[in-house]
Design a protein around this ligand. Structure first.
Ligand code: NAD
Length: 290
């Protein structure tokens, strides 16, 4: 298949490589030239704009930071909808606000473009391995049509409901990950302050009930003080902001989310926004004076 791909960041680049590996022709665009060059060196072909991608491809994937970026790329000047023919399928795999997915899908419908939201979990390692967890919202018939392409990038895909349901599911995922990293950081700070080697704490508890995917992925980074992203603090602030706004909209109180949001914003103000979200541990170092 000929597939258009827009957004070649930490996630987009390995996803493109997996599409190429599966034998697809991939036409790419990103506003960051170095990222386009890297994708081209993997075998993709460069387009000159999102509109150009849509003129060349009837099947397009977007992997962008947040709602405003997806709106610009799809609905803006030189965007996808300026170049797309009726019948084009757009899969937005970015993590954005569910209401934004609904708004963008409405604009797509007016041009005869079919859109689903299909955000992912698993981070860069699973994007590289092609084993991401994919959560999908939108027309079920479109989901069935694109399932095989999704599975060249993912280890699982679950249809969650109408447009925006994928992103609602992703917000639930992001709350759990953020609160889990905060809990791990708090617990390891306690152990360290009380004089127990945190490496031994990790070895002792990772196989028990407290063990988790988050603990296995993030504690080694915290112990090694390796905060290279990964998943940036600024992106997690974006997700929790979308979660809090969605919570307000549907009347769901999110006290733990609000608390971790404060911690992440403190770190952002300290200049750590581009660090991996495992740098939440630094919040505790800051308050205990390490
Ligand atoms: P990133 O910041 O590394 O990459 C985003 C890319 O989008 C950049 O290359 C940027 O130049 C490009 N871009 C921005 N505006 C653009 C525009 N108008 N036109 C074309 N390109 C544009 O982000 P990422 O880590 O790859 O994340 C992408 C999405 O995936 C986000 O929504 C994020 O929340 C989600 N996500 C990330 C991870 C992770 O571990 N990094 C995991 C799961 C989901």
């Amino acid at each position: 298949m000929k597939i258009g791909f827009i957004g070649l960041g930490i996630m987009g680049k390995p996803m493109v490589r997996n599409l190429l590996k599966a034998g697809h022709e991939v036409i790419v665009f990103d506003i960051t030239k170095a990222n386009v060059d890297e994708a081209v060196s993997s075998g993709a072909k460069a387009a000159t704009s999102s509109k150009d991608v849509a003129e060349q491809c009837a099947f397009i994937i977007t992997m962008l930071p947040n709602s405003p970026h997806v709106k610009t790329v799809v609905m803006g000047k030189d965007g996808v909808l300026e170049g797309a023919k009726p019948g084009t399928i757009l899969i937005d795999m970015s993590s954005i606000a569910p209401l934004a997915s609904q708004e963008i899908e409405k604009a797509c419908q007016q041009k005869g473009v079919k859109m689903i939201d299909a955000p992912v979990s698993g981070g860069e390692p699973k994007a590289i391995d092609g084993t991401m967890s994919i959560m999908v919202g939108g027309d079920k018939a479109v989901y069935d049509q694109v399932y095989d392409v999704l599975m060249t990038m993912g280890g699982s895909a679950v249809y969650c409901g109408k447009i925006g349901a994928g992103n609602t599911t992703k917000l639930a995922n992001q709350i759990i990950v953020a609160v889990n990293i905060a809990a791990v950081s708090e617990a390891f700070m306690l152990a360290t302050k009380a004089g127990v080697d945190p490496k031994l704490v990790f070895d002792a508890i990772k196989g028990g009930l407290a063990g988790s995917t988050v603990m296995n992925a993030k504690v080694p980074m915290i112990l090694d003080r390796n905060f290279k992203p990964g998943f940036k603090i600024d992106l997690h602030i974006k997700d929790l902001n979308n979660a809090l706004e969605t919570g307000h909209g549907v009347g769901a109180p999110l006290p733990l989310t609000a608390e971790v949001m404060e911690m992440l914003q403190t770190l952002h103000a300290d200049g750590c926004g581009q660090d991996d979200h495992s740098a939440l541990a630094k919040y505790y170092e800051k308050i205990v004076g390490n």
